[in-house]
Write a protein that binds this ligand. Structure first.
Ligand SMILES: Nc1ncnc2c1ncn2[C@@H]1O[C@H](COP(=O)(O)OP(=O)(O)OP(=O)(O)O)[C@@H](O)[C@H]1O
Ligand SMILES: Nc1nc2c(c(=O)[nH]1)N=C(CO)CN2
Ligand SMILES: [Mg+2]
Length: 206
């Protein structure tokens, strides 16, 4: 999604959760300063014209591995679940709050780390971004610039779907998505409701 189309949704999300746009802009500058790497061409190559499966971290994920086909995009902690089950994601979309040390190994084995900067994860960005030695793509939720991208989307899972849509996936499938999950804390329930609304904008009703 183009930033001009994304911005009104982002503004509404900030109003819902009380996020500070200036903090998100600072995080965008920070992440851009932490690495010059931009493997977005490699990411696009893995997505364009391909069937893509976006894997979320709902408790149902491991029961749904038969749904996984094509290029595998893992949302944050779902990557570790898949890796332990013997599946190396092609890319991991993460704001690093679900990051595990296994992310380094996945990255060494070729998984593209798509790291998202926002106003509430700056210490995590400083810790993790300089330590990735494999393919890396940087994203933000404010206006993109240079090597810092914004394809739209909010939670790690719906951001992966927005990237797949923007980069020309032939079809997008979903595994490990339970957007009505009441076992997660209230804030996360609110984020999952936003994920549903955003995914419907690109044609997926979950
Ligand atoms: N029931 C669910 N519980 C958790 N995540 C889910 C669920 N259904 C779908 N997802 C997707 O899986 C993604 C990764 O889940 P994880 O538990 O790592 O959450 P997270 O890193 O806290 O999410 P975020 O940082 O986006 O808030 C979420 O961002 C969401 O898009
Ligand atoms: N400022 C801010 N931005 C976000 C946050 C968050 O907690 N704070 N969480 C996200 C995914 O859950 C995505 N974007
Ligand atoms: Mg996360």
């Amino acid at each position: 999604m183009r930033f001009e189309d994304w911005e009104p949704h982002y503004t509404a999300i900030c109003e819902t959760f009380g996020f500070d746009r200036a903090g998100d802009e600072e995080a965008a500058r920070l992440i851009g300063s932490l690495s010059d790497t931009d493997d977005s061409v490699l990411l696009a190559k893995r997505i364009k014209g391909e069937v893509v499966t976006v894997c979320g971290n709902a408790p149902t994920l491991l029961r749904e591995t038969d749904r996984i086909e094509g290029t595998v995009l893992a949302a944050d902690a779902a990557a570790d679940v898949l890796f332990r089950a013997g599946i190396l994601p092609d890319a991991v979309f993460t704001d690093l709050d679900g990051a595990e040390d296994s992310f380094f190994e996945m990255n060494r084995q070729g998984a593209v780390m798509v790291v998202h900067g926002h106003g509430d994860n700056m210490p995590l960005l400083r810790h993790w971004v300089p330590r990735f030695v494999g393919p890396l793509v940087l994203t933000c939720q404010t206006r993109p610039f240079g090597h810092v991208h914004n394809w739209g989307g909010f939670t790690d899972g719906d951001r992966a779907a927005f990237a797949a849509d923007a980069l020309g996936a032939a079809a997008i499938r979903f595994a490990g998505f339970d957007l009505d999950d009441r076992s997660v804390p209230p804030m996360k329930q609110g984020k999952l409701l936003w994920a549903r609304d955003l995914l419907s904008l690109i044609g997926y009703d979950l």
